[in-house]
Ligand binder design. Structure first.
Ligand code: SAM
Length: 269
């Protein structure tokens, strides 16, 4: 497909989501796309290889975060388990004045992130290792205004990775699929124990990009940090996954009162 057409599609589909992209931003996304397409031929860093799907399922999906949180210049944003940069790098392209850090434990993804950073000439910090380790480091614990994460772990496990890294009054935004509402409800007691409160659960309908059955629903769970996380969390590397925190707390879930659906033309229901 021609670059001009791909760039035009990205612009048009972003507009459908209420997101205006400048010429420079479109150029950066096109460089990102070209590098991703080149690297996936040799290294399996994402299961999505088709250009239109990269645009819808990676770029636009990542940008859907801005429907749930405000990106403010200077704010510290951490992407946990960023993989090939999602959602953190598209957010940095969209809002260049955020201070972005990405963390990942996989070498092939880290290699890609280093390449991407120099190709885009974009400043962001890359942390090599596990979120559980950084959550116990003084410089990172309760240091971020916003922690985002997509496709890394179930909500109760993810909350243990992410909430210790969020500042008081900061946010944790989890990008989930169709089962997001259920995950949010099930994880609510764990989230509260870790110092968070679920503030909003929104369903976003992404543009389909002309792909049959391509239109997908994304559930965004926004958690505000109201209290410090108890010092023993996160537990050591691998423990959150092996022994996930569960509901022993008997907190009545209020998630169903907080669900809204946001689509191409705003709130659908
Ligand atoms: N967020 C990206 C996306 O949506 O395309 C990548 C998703 S990929 C399925 C999961 C990524 O999370 C992998 O790159 C893996 O190395 C990373 N990961 C999983 N658990 C992690 C942890 N505890 N700390 C840091 N990275 C982690």
């Amino acid at each position: 497909m021609s670059i001009t057409r791909t760039a035009e599609e990205l612009k048009q589909w972003a507009t459908q989501m209420g997101i205006a992209l400048s010429k420079t931003q479109i150029e950066q996304f096109m460089s990102y796309l070209a590098l991703l397409v080149q690297v996936v031929q040799q290294v399996n860093i994402t299961g999505i290889h088709d250009e239109e799907e990269i645009i819808t399922r990676h770029f636009l999906d990542s940008l859907s975060c801005v429907m749930a949180v405000n990106l403010i210049p200077g704010m510290r944003v951490l992407d946990v388990g960023s993989g090939a940069g999602f959602p953190g790098v598209p957010l940095k392209i969209y809002s260049p004045e955020i201070r972005l850090t990405v963390v990942d434990a996989s070498q092939k993804h880290l290699n890609f992130l280093y390449k991407l950073r120099s190709k885009l000439n974009c400043e962001f910090e890359i942390l090599d290792g596990r979120a559980e380790e950084y959550g116990q480091f003084k410089e990172h614990r309760e240091a971020y205004d916003l922690v985002v994460s997509r496709a890394v772990a179930k909500m109760n496990i993810l909350a243990e990775y992410c909430l210790p890294l969020v500042k008081i009054n900061g946010y944790f935004l989890a990008m989930k699929g169709q089962a997001g509402e259920i995950e949010a409800r099930d994880a609510e007691p764990v989230i509260q124990m870790l110092g968070g409160e679920i503030e909003d659960v929104s369903a976003v309908v992404l543009p389909d990009g002309g792909i049959p059955s391509g239109s997908s629903k994304r559930v965004l769970i926004r958690v505000v940090k109201t209290k410090q996380t108890p010092a023993e969390y996160p537990r050591r590397t691998g423990v959150p996954e092996k022994k996930p925190l569960t509901d022993n707390c008997r907190v009545k879930s209020q998630v169903s009162d907080k669900i809204s659906i946001v689509g191409r033309s705003g709130i659908l229901a």
